[in-house]
Design a protein around this ligand. Structure first.
Ligand SMILES: NC(=O)c1ccc[n+]([C@@H]2O[C@H](COP(=O)([O-])OP(=O)(O)OC[C@H]3O[C@@H](n4cnc5c(N)ncnc54)[C@H](OP(=O)(O)O)[C@@H]3O)[C@@H](O)[C@H]2O)c1
Length: 252
């Protein structure tokens, strides 16, 4: 263990699978006591058991962030309790990907997407970032998406929630940065996870034309998240880091 996050505490939402799980694994491997959360109790408890078996410090808080502010408050309070009263690093990663024509979404699906993807991040940050600032510093990492800068048919609802996340990153960098809280976005794309495996063929076809020429692996987000969470990124505020094998900016 290299210990770049030794003595730090972290809360990673949406960490029962995919990118969040990979971030939680990477944080714990670097020494952070890490709280995982999500709805899937079995997956969360299995992830924590695997981390503990490897000698890491980890706990799981089951929660459904679609339940809004009370759920976000519960996750924040439980994380603080389990982490000795402080959360140094918050990763707002929980997300759902509603796909379809704009005229086919109902109000419930619309509200659910905004609640899980944006509202939970908003109220978790509101609850935890001021305390980070009062302690002298902290880190918030938001999971965005490459879709915010590309018009993709069928992605209107999802893209709008992720554009809100990018905007919040910049606003929070301005608001909390002066108090020592660094806020940044990781914008993934074309990474195979439990959340994207359903559209694997389409994702593989898109990835084939990128400089990397392949889809991404969940664990490839870990080193970037560790960097942003660590003091190595001390001068990095309000930025968005793309993780898509170059698909957004270049073609072979
Ligand atoms: N993979 C990609 O290429 C890609 C690209 C761009 C952006 N992203 C973003 O990356 C993040 C992670 O996605 P992923 O690809 O890793 O997909 P994933 O494997 O489906 O992970 C989604 C995570 O969010 C949690 N979650 C979903 N609904 C929730 C709810 N109501 N309450 C609490 N937790 C909830 C899930 O946990 P439970 O099921 O246990 O609740 C799971 O841990 C998302 O924000 C997604 O939009 C991914």
């Amino acid at each position: 263990m290299s210990g770049r996050l030794d003595a730090r505490t972290a809360l990673v939402t949406g960490s029962t699978s995919g990118l969040g799980r990979a971030i939680a694994d990477a944080f714990a491997a670097e020494g952070a006591h890490t709280v995982l959360t999500g709805r899937n109790k079995t997956a969360g408890e299995d992830a924590v058991a695997a981390l503990r078996a490897a000698g890491r410090r980890a706990d799981f808080v089951p929660a459904d962030l679609a339940e809004g502010v009370p759920a976000a408050r519960h996750v924040a309070e439980e994380a603080e309790r389990l982490l000795g009263g402080r959360v140094d690093i918050l990763v707002n990663n929980a997300g759902i990907v509603p796909v379809g024509p704009t005229d086919e979404f109902d109000e419930e699906t619309y509200d659910r997407a905004w609640t899980v993807n944006v509202k939970s991040a908003f109220f978790l940050t509101a609850r935890l970032a001021p305390a980070m600032g009062a302690r002298g510093g902290g880190v918030v990492i938001n999971t965005g998406s490459i879709v915010v800068s590309h018009g993709l048919a069928g992605s209107a609802l999802y893209s709008a929630t992720k554009a809100a996340i990018e905007s919040l990153t910049m606003s929070w960098a301005a608001e909390y940065g002066p108090r020592g809280v660094r806020v940044n976005t990781i914008s993934p794309g074309l990474v195979v996870t439990e959340g994207t495996v359903g559209g694997l063929e389409r994702v593989e076809a898109m990835a084939a034309g990128s400089p990397a020429g392949r889809v991404g692996r969940a664990e490839e987000i870990g080193p970037l998240a560790v960097y942003l969470a660590s003091d190595d990124a001390a001068y990095v505020h309000g930025s968005s880091f793309t993780l898509d094998g170059g698909w957004s900016t270049a073609r072979r």
